[in-house]
Design a protein around this ligand. Structure first.
Ligand SMILES: NC(=O)c1ccc[n+]([C@@H]2O[C@H](COP(=O)([O-])OP(=O)(O)OC[C@H]3O[C@@H](n4cnc5c(N)ncnc54)[C@H](O)[C@@H]3O)[C@@H](O)[C@H]2O)c1
Length: 433
């Protein structure tokens, strides 16, 4: 039996073998008394685990880290600490989220703390591997933003650390929690379009310049490829909705608009061309020149995916489009599914036939419900799923394996497009070193 003195108990967990049951307690009472009276007579010897709130520490408190407010607003969690290399961001974090939070510029100080149950990683992509492995080795549950790491091998190292640790890990695939994506998954799972054979995703990254070419995202050293950034979401959605992983890819891509010959240290704030440059965003948090020399990640990518079960998929990503949305098409043996983010709709068209034996169903239009919260309402839901995972041991919708597989596809596609479009096989997860 584990009892942590000083905790205000509102939930008690009875663990019998692998089964953990939650009992919510009302009012004040002594732990010993409650433990005894809550146990049915036939219950075999059990471990009781008393839980107050999941106490979460963040690595990377600003930018995406601000999503952590959903945990802090929940009655099942509180954000109690933050690590960041930027002291101004740490100050803003305390000011806006929790004035009593422990803050540090050295993430290892966070991991040493016994009063932190879980770590949420919102640092830049190239730090995820180090931060995730260190947090798991420190005995913390981990929420890691996508991409899980910037190499396939790095993802495998995280997965092995996860298995060794016995702790819980999930990846920040919030698209899996969006109403539109969930609706599409439900439709495919229902079988109404038959067996999926082809998937096309056109990704118009209208804010590509703002998000990816004005800061650290612009170099291969930091990101490998933007197929791991935005692309990791879409590759994952294709995997998730079809229920198949990619086996092999071939890709073409190039840097057609961003990058150039401007100095690497030029910023919009100091640029003599600030008034005429189409990409200038002075005063923003991202002000590195989008046309600087060091930029080497492609802004125009086309990937063909050969998937399990013979499914074929195409993922097309362009970072200099005027509009911002994703258009998916899933074609099955009996129909076709397509979405429109701008219209908030999903359409199902079923096949026509002269045969009397063909099951001719109706075409349908789904109006996607609007939801409150960031990323189409997905952020509060993914935060709740993380708490369900930590508290109840529920498998998250956004699994670590899925995080690894989408990175593996992005890395393989980057290798292909940088080597004349050669086909590249996706290696299975290396569970053993
Ligand atoms: N799932 C999503 O929808 C989504 C959306 C945006 C960003 N992200 C992911 O979140 C992560 C962060 O993205 P961002 O746009 O907020 O980046 P950012 O650069 O704006 O912010 C990262 C934060 O980490 C801090 N940081 C930088 N280096 C650090 C280090 N070594 N140790 C500790 N803290 C450090 C920064 O000071 C900043 O507070 C990325 O991996 C990105 O892919 C996911």
């Amino acid at each position: 039996m584990t009892y942590v003195p000083g905790w205000k108990i509102h939930d008690i967990y009875l663990q019998v073998g692998n089964v953990r049951q939650r009992k919510t307690l009302m009012g004040e009472s002594s732990c010993e008394g409650l433990f005894l009276c809550k146990l049915p007579e036939e219950t075999p010897p059990a471990e009781a685990i008393f839980v107050d709130k999941v106490r979460i520490g963040l690595i990377g408190v600003w930018g995406r880290g601000r999503m952590a407010r959903h945990w802090h607003e929940s009655d099942r969690a509180e954000v109690v600490a933050g690590a960041d290399i930027n002291e101004a961001y740490l100050a803003k974090f305390r000011e806006t989220l929790n004035p009593d939070a422990f803050v540090t510029t050295d993430y290892r100080r966070l991991l040493e703390r016994k009063d932190i149950d879980a770590i949420a990683i919102f640092s830049p992509d190239y730090m995820h591997e180090e931060h995730a492995i260190a947090a798991l080795e420190a005995g913390k549950h981990v929420f890691c933003e996508k991409p899980l790491a910037i190499t396939t091998q790095g993802c495998d190292r995280i997965l092995r650390a996860w298995k060794r640790s016995g702790k819980q890990l999930m990846v920040g695939f919030n698209m899996r929690y969006m109403n539109m994506i969930r609706t599409m998954k439900e439709i495919v799972d229902s079988g109404v379009i038959g067996e999926v054979r082809a998937v096309w995703c056109r990704h118009f990254v209208g804010f590509g310049g703002d998000f990816y070419y004005h800061d650290w995202h612009g170099t291969r050293e930091n990101t490998t490829s933007l197929l791991l950034q935005k692309g990791s979401h879409d590759i994952d959605v294709i995997h998730w909705i079809t229920g198949k992983y990619t086996k092999r890819v071939t890709a073409f891509g190039s840097l057609d608009y961003f990058g150039g010959d401007k100095p690497n240290d030029l910023t919009c704030d100091d640029c003599p061309e600030v008034r005429t440059c189409p990409e200038a965003q002075p005063g923003s948090t991202r002000v590195q020149c989008a046309f600087r020399r060091e930029i080497d990640v492609e802004d125009n990518n086309m990937v063909l995916m050969d998937m399990e079960g013979g499914v074929k998929a195409a993922y097309l990503q362009c970072h200099f489009t005027p509009d911002y949305h994703r258009n998916y098409t899933f074609i099955g043996t009996e129909g076709r599914l397509e979405n429109s983010e701008p219209e908030g709709k999903v359409w199902v068209k079923t096949r026509r036939s002269w045969s009397k034996h063909w099951k001719e169903l109706s075409d349908r239009t789904y109006e996607i419900k609007r939801a409150e919260g960031g990323h189409g309402g997905a952020d509060p839901v993914i935060c709740e799923d993380f708490l369900d995972m930590v508290i109840d041991g529920k498998e998250p919708v956004a699994t670590p394996e899925a995080g690894r597989m989408s990175v593996a596809v992005g890395c393989a596609a980057a290798h292909s497009l940088r080597n004349g479009g050669i086909p590249v096989d996706i290696a299975p997860i290396a569970w053993e070193e």
